[in-house]
Design a protein around this ligand. Structure first.
Ligand code: NAD
Ligand code: DAU
Length: 336
C-alpha cells in the first residue's frame, strides 16, 4: 500500500477526491488533514471514515505537518480558503492558509523528500475578454485579480521556487470551475439550486455575461490521479473540460429548466467588485501527454452532471440546510 496525505479532504473537491481514490485506486492508504473551517464538513467523509485516518488540524501547524508528511509517500494539497467573495471581505485567512500553509507543506516535503501535488486554479491567470480567441495555457502569464486568486498565484510561485531551488518532487494543476456533490452553498451552482428548492429566485451578479469553464469534480479528480501517476515532475497541467458557459443564459437558465421553472425566473443582484469576465482553458497538454478524457461531456457538456448535482441537493437537505441561512445572511449584507 502507498500512503497518501490529502490536505483539505473534508472540503468539496478534497472529499470527492478521497471517495474517488478509495473507489478507483484502492492501493492507497489515505490520511486526511483538515482544519474543519466553515467549508469543511466531516459528513462529506462519513461513508468512508472507517477506511481512512482523519486528523483535525491546521496546515499552518509546522510540527503537525512535518510529522504527517514524514509518514506518507505523497501529499495531495487541496486545503485552501477558496471563495472569492469572502476574500473581498477579509483577505487575512487567505494569506495565512493559502500562502503560509503551502509554505509549511513545502518545507515538510523538502525535509522528508516526499512527492507533492499542488492543486491550483485557473484564476491565477486573470481573465479574458469575451471575444478573445485565446484560452489559458500552462505558459499564460500570471495576472490574478482578487485576494483569493493572488494568494493561489503566490502558492504556485512558492511551489515552483521549491522545485527549482531545492529539487522538491512536485507537480501543479490549474483547474477551472468545479461542480458536483458536497459543494458549499456559497458557491454559484449550489446556491442557485438551493434557492430554487427553498422557492426563491436564483441570484445573478451584474449582467451575467461572465463566462466560466465548468468541469465535473470527478473529471478534475481523474486528471489529478493521472498527473500523480504519469505527470512529469516539475511540470504544470491545465485541467478544463471545454464547457464555457455564460452565468445567465447557460447556467442559471439551464438549472431553471432542469428544475421545472421558467427560464427567466431569476433576479439581478449587485455585481462582485473586480469580477473576472471570462475564463477558458486549453487542456491539450493533459490530453496529448497523459491521455486524459473527461467523462461528463454529453448533451452540451453539462446537462447530465448538472441533473445529477440537482438530484443530490434534492436528496440531501440535511447536508445543506444547516449552512443555508447563515450564507444567505452574509450575501444579503453584501447586497448579493
Ligand atoms: P472548499 O472551501 O470546499 O474546501 C477547502 C477545505 O480546506 C475545507 O475542508 C477547509 O476546512 C480546509 N481548510 C481550510 N483552511 C485550512 C487550514 N488552514 N488547514 C487545514 N485545512 C484547511 O474548497 P474547494 O472548492 O474544495 O477547493 C479545494 C482546492 O481546489 C483549493 O485549493 C482551491 O483553490 C482549488 N480549486 C477549486 C476550484 C473550484 O471550482 N472549487 C477550482 C480549481 C481549483
Ligand atoms: O475558476 C476556478 C475557481 O472557481 C476556484 O478557484 C474557486 O475556488 C471557486 O470558488 C470558483 O470561483 P468563482 O468566483 O468563479 O466561483 P463562484 O461559484 O463564486 O461564482 C461563479 C460565477 O457566478 C462568478 O462569475 C460569479 C457568479 N455568481 C456567483 C454567485 C455566488 C453569481 O452570478 N451569483 C451568485 O450568487
Amino acid at each position: 500500500m502507498k500512503k497518501m496525505l490529502v490536505t483539505g479532504g473534508a472540503g468539496f473537491i478534497g472529499s470527492n477526491f478521497v471517495h474517488y481514490t478509495l473507489k478507483n485506486h484502492p492501493d492507497y492508504q489515505v490520511t486526511v488533514i483538515d482544519k474543519l473551517t466553515y467549508a469543511g464538513n466531516p459528513a462529506n467523509l462519513s461513508a468512508v471514515l472507517d477506511k481512512i485516518e482523519f486528523v483535525t488540524g491546521d496546515i499552518c501547524d509546522a510540527e503537525l505537518i512535518d510529522r504527517l508528511v514524514a509518514d506518507t509517500d505523497i501529499v495531495v494539497h487541496f486545503a485552501a480558503e477558496s471563495h472569492n467573495d469572502n476574500s473581498l471581505k477579509d483577505p487575512y485567512p487567505f494569506v495565512e492558509t493559502n500562502i503560509i500553509g503551502t509554505f509549511r507543506i513545502l518545507e515538510a516535503v523538502r525535509n522528508h523528500g516526499k512527492r507533492l501535488h499542488h492543486i491550483s486554479t485557473d484564476e491565477v491567470f486573470g481573465d479574458l475578454e469575451l471575444d478573445d480567441p485565446n484560452r489559458f495555457k500552462e505558459t499564460t502569464p500570471y495576472n490574478p485579480s482578487s485576494p483569493y486568486s493572488a494568494t493561489k498565484a503566490g502558492s504556485d510561485h512558492l511551489v515552483r521556487a521549491w522545485i527549482r531551488s531545492f529539487g522538491v518532487q512536485a507537480t501543479i494543476s490549474n483547474c477551472s470551475n468545479n461542480y458536483g456533490p458536497f459543494q458549499h452553498v456559497e458557491k454559484f451552482i449550489p446556491r442557485q439550486i438551493t434557492e430554487i428548492l427553498e422557492d426563491r429566485q436564483p441570484k445573478l451578479y451584474g449582467t451575467g455575461e461572465n463566462v466560466r469553464d465548468w468541469i465535473h469534480v470527478d473529471d478534475h479528480n481523474s486528471a489529478v490521479h493521472l498527473i500523480i501517476e504519469k505527470g512529469k515532475i516539475g511540470d504544470t497541467y491545465i485541467i478544463g473540460a471545454d464547457n464555457d458557459h455564460t452565468n445567465n443564459k447557460m447556467v442559471i437558465e439551464m438549472i431553471l429548466e432542469l428544475m421545472g421553472k421558467p427560464r427567466d425566473w431569476y433576479e439581478h443582484v449587485n455585481d462582485r467588485p473586480g469580477h473576472d469576465l471570462r475564463y477558458a482553458m486549453d487542456s491539450s497538454k493533459l490530453h496529448s501527454e497523459l491521455g486524459w478524457e473527461p467523462q461528463f461531456t454529453d448533451n452540451n457538456g453539462m446537462e447530465r452532471g448538472l441533473q445529477e448535482t440537482i438530484d443530490w441537493y434534492k436528496a440531501n437537505p440535511d447536508w445543506w440546510k444547516p449552512q443555508k441561512a447563515e450564507t444567505e445572511a452574509k450575501y444579503k449584507a453584501a447586497g448579493h
